[in-house]
Write a protein that binds this ligand. Structure first.
Ligand code: GL2
Length: 808
């Protein structure tokens, strides 16, 4: 499959000359950074050669192009991934070794671009990998934030945020394309003018910035397709440096113009759901949408001229959540104002081109903008939206008795706000959820009035993950065992993992599965020792919950379990606990007080337990700071229990559940999101399911029942005690008690059913961990999970998008 280097010798020669030409020094005198940089530059240039071939092929065959618009792409480090995908990992490793360099050590110099918050951004990155693997001409379109998601440090148990300066040493994968820059106008006012006897609209007196693209190659496994991810950076249109201000010593003022423009792409908003309404965010959304649409249309024009009717045949634009919702109106604006199309024709083209994925039912995450802000910032775009909205209302079927309710639920403009989810649905030919249950909830509840109007638009696309990154690359010990057993075909086709089922009753093989897991646990324990100074025992069970902090994800329930087990062990030394390390990692949005307090609680509990010699032979609690793609790749392979314990009905899909399953962890979870598909694929006997189901949660919510204090009173010894410990100083030594969590839980009537699910959860955990001592049986379950996980490859997901949405 390697079409990159003829031999190791050729690689060494090219690499040495790459080092020399970049650093100007003989190889022996170069630093590791020089060597890393030169390696990436060499691989990037090889990738771009394949990219050129790909591009020629796409043009020649008239292949449909898919543009994936996403405000986040959490791509992680690329080098190792691309070496694997190009089939040259071993060759390069050996070549470097001959030069006295260690590939693994060089890879540590690669920044881990945190251009996303969590699942949604990582999904976009997995999709790029799979589109390239499937030979789809698929391109990412997003934002190049100067600072990615904040870095998390833990100080006295609490989360502290610092800036993530991922660009400080430059980013060798990217190529800046100033020739492709696009001018973006904000503000101003709309005027009418006549062109070729036709009344047209344009916006004048705008404040403009320049959107400058940076292209990053996306190398598909097999080395045949290299696509690109294009991310946009905001810059001033022209250099206006105020010399007078500078000479006065007013340095900030002198460069104000540049700073104002650059602010638009300065930071990634650290919220994975909710809290909207910031002007800068709206500017970001418009910038990458408008610049992206402009570059999509340029490419189309260069190949098909102004035959806009053909656009849906040759182009698919996919909007990842509502952040790119302006794609619809922006495409309309360009087709009408700049290309002179009539409304109806433009509308037909637009809706046949655009599709939309919904990623959450959390009401606070469904974006809305005040009309006053929106229309001031984007006056012409607002007019277009207003017209889309007017036509939607005018054509609304008023025969049903409840038509007013339905119109209210589906309207784009309502109560002084622009509702981006409704705009997305109306402008798209396809609307999908990200797991079966999630799509059902969209159809039955969140978007039910749209579903009643246009059921044919709705479909499900259960999420997937790159099995190459999260199994092959992250878990080399297990990957080798797998390839030795069933060959390497699974890298190309994850369904082949099913062949592992043959080995489920092979004791020697199961032992090797256990040995690979143990090696990964040792690797993680070493990382934890380095990062946190904490000793954890690789012979204990690694029980892992790693994801963003959110009330509905219920890290609180997990730590309540830990507190309960601690309490019971202290009161009854005969209470048997399977030795366990409870591992947590994840960030909380900086403005999300409850989530941050939960992090502080976990660290405070850890501080007490880890220093209590009465229990720390059987339990340790470990919070790994600064969760990101690179350390996630160390954590997933080491996990044995995968905590997927969201309140049923709340987690749209989840994707860490898939990554952990694939790496042989047993899911301890609720029937929520893609957990349901995991259970369907692997069998309920190979996971541990507990708790309320989504219909039960609905019913309880609808009943309006207040049960928090009843539950507290009914179980004073265990649940009651855990609740008391939030405020009785048991865990307050590090940095105070947890009155706000207590309050939220008891006065908020246990909104997320932490107390309701407490008993069944702890019981499920006890049963599951009790079975750990039978290593062979455990390893069999682990292997069975891996063998059943092929369907969760994002290759499968992408093929479904291709066949059922994009027609590419
Ligand atoms: C999310 C969902 O919460 C999560 O369940 C889902 O797996 C991902 C990807 O579809 O999308 N929605 C969202 O806004 N974020 C997610 O992770 N941040």
């Amino acid at each position: 499959m390697n079409t990159v280097f003829e031999s190791k010798e050729e690689f060494i020669k090219l690499y040495e000359s790459s080092v020399m030409s970049l650093s100007g020094k003989p190889f022996e005198d170069t630093s590791d950074i020089d060597r890393f940089d030169a390696l990436v530059k060499l691989i990037a240039s090889k990738s771009r050669a394949i990219q050129t071939e790909t591009e020629e092929r796409v043009k020649e065959t008239g292949q449909k192009r898919v543009y994936y618009f996403s405000i986040e792409f959490l791509i992680g480090r690329l080098l190792d991934n691309y070496l694997l995908n190009l089939g040259i990992r071993d060759l390069v490793k050996d070549g470097l070794a001959e030069l006295g360099c260690d590939l693994d050590a060089l890879e540590e110099y690669e920044p881990d671009p945190a251009l996303g918050n969590g699942g949604l951004g990582r999904l976009a990155a997995c999709f790029l990998d799979s589109m390239a693997h499937e030979g789809i001409a698929g391109y990412g379109n997003g934002m190049r934030y100067r600072y990615g998601l904040f870095k998390q440090e833990i100080v006295n148990g609490a989360q502290h945020e610092t800036t993530d300066e991922w660009l400080s040493h430059g980013y060798p994968w990217e190529v800046r394309r100033p020739d492709k820059a696009v001018r973006i106008g904000f503000g101003g006012h709309v005027e009418q003018y006549e062109r070729d006897g036709r009344m047209c609209f344009r916006t004048v007196d705008t404040e403009d910035v320049l959107a400058v693209p940076y292209d990053i190659p996306v190398v598909g496994y097999g080395g045949k397709t290299v696509n690109k991810l294009r991310v946009w950076s905001a810059e001033p249109v022209e250099e206006v440096f105020d010399l007078e201000a500078f000479n006065r010593g007013d340095y900030a003022d002198a460069d104000r113009h540049r700073a104002e423009a650059e602010a638009i792409s300065a930071i990634l908003y650290p919220n994975d759901a909710g809290e909207h309404g910031r002007l800068l965010r709206l500017k970001q959304e418009y910038l990458f949408v408008s610049a992206g649409i402009s570059s999509v249309l340029d490419t189309f024009r260069s190949e098909h001229g102004s035959n806009w009717q053909l656009l849906p045949e040759y182009v698919a634009i996919h909007t990842n959540d509502t952040h790119p919702a302006m794609c619809g109106p922006e495409l309309m604006r360009v087709l009408i104002d700049e290309e002179g199309l009539e409304w109806d024709e433009a509308w037909d083209i637009t809706t046949r081109t655009i599709s939309y994925t919904n990623h959450t039912i959390l009401p606070e995450a469904l974006e809305k903008w005040p009309i006053s802000t929106f229309s001031k910032l984007l006056p012409r775009l607002y007019q277009v939206i207003d017209e889309i909205s007017r036509r939607y209302r005018d054509s609304f079927d008023r025969s049903a008795s409840d038509w007013q309710d339905r119109l209210r639920a589906t309207a784009i403009l309502w109560d002084g706000e622009v509702r981006m989810a409704n705009l997305s649905v109306i402008c798209s030919h396809s609307v999908n959820g990200v797991a079966k249950l999630h799509t059902d909830i969209l159809e039955r509840e969140t978007l039910k009035d749209f579903y009643a109007l246009t059921p044919q638009k709705f479909n499900n696309k259960t999420n997937g993950i790159s099995h190459r990154r999260f199994l092959a690359e992250a878990n080399p010990a297990y990957a080798k065992l797998i390839s030795d057993a069933i060959g390497t075909g699974w890298l190309d086709n994850a369904d082949e993992l099913a062949k592992l089922a043959e080995f489920e009753n092979d004791p020697a093989f199961l032992e090797q599965v256990g040995a690979a897991k143990h090696a990964n646990k040792v690797r993680l324990a070493n990382y934890v020792k380095r990062e946190c100074g904490l000793d954890i025992d690789p012979n204990s069970i690694f029980d892992v919950q790693v994801k963003r902090f959110h009330a509905y994800k219920r890290q609180l329930l997990n730590i309540f379990k830990v507190m309960d087990i601690y309490n019971r062990r202290l009161t009854d030394p005969n209470f048997r606990v399977a030795p366990t390390t409870f591992i947590f990692s994840g960030k909380a949005a900086s403005s999300y007080a409850f989530a941050k307090e939960t992090i502080r609680l976990i660290n405070s509990v850890a501080d007490v337990i880890n220093n209590d010699s009465r229990v720390n032979n059987v339990m340790k609690v470990c919070f790994i700071p600064n969760f990101r793609v690179s350390n996630a790749q160390l954590i997933y392979p080491a996990a044995e229990i995968s905590e997927q314990i969201s309140t049923a009905g709340m987690e749209a899909s989840g994707t860490s559940n898939m990554k952990l399953m694939m790496n042989g962890a047993i899911t301890l979870g609720t029937m929520d999101g893609a957990n349901i598909e995991i259970v369907n694929l692997a069998g309920r006997e190979n996971e541990k399911i507990f708790g309320l189901t989504a219909p039960e949660v609905d019913e309880l919510r609808a009943s309006g029942m207040h049960f928090a204090w009843d539950m507290y009173n009914a179980d004073p010894e265990r649940l009651g005690r855990v609740i008391d410990e939030l405020t009785d100083n048991t865990f307050a030594a590090l940095s105070g008690d947890f009155g706000s969590i207590h309050n939220e839980l008891m006065s908020g009537n246990d909104h997320d059913f932490v107390m309701k699910d407490f008993n069944s959860y702890v019981q499920a955990w006890e049963e599951l961990t009790a079975s750990y001592s039978d290593h062979a049986a455990w390893n069999k379950m682990a292997l069975h999970n891996t063998a059943s996980s092929g369907w969760f490859s994002s290759d499968r997901t992408i093929r479904e998008y291709r066949d059922e949405i994009w027609g590419a």
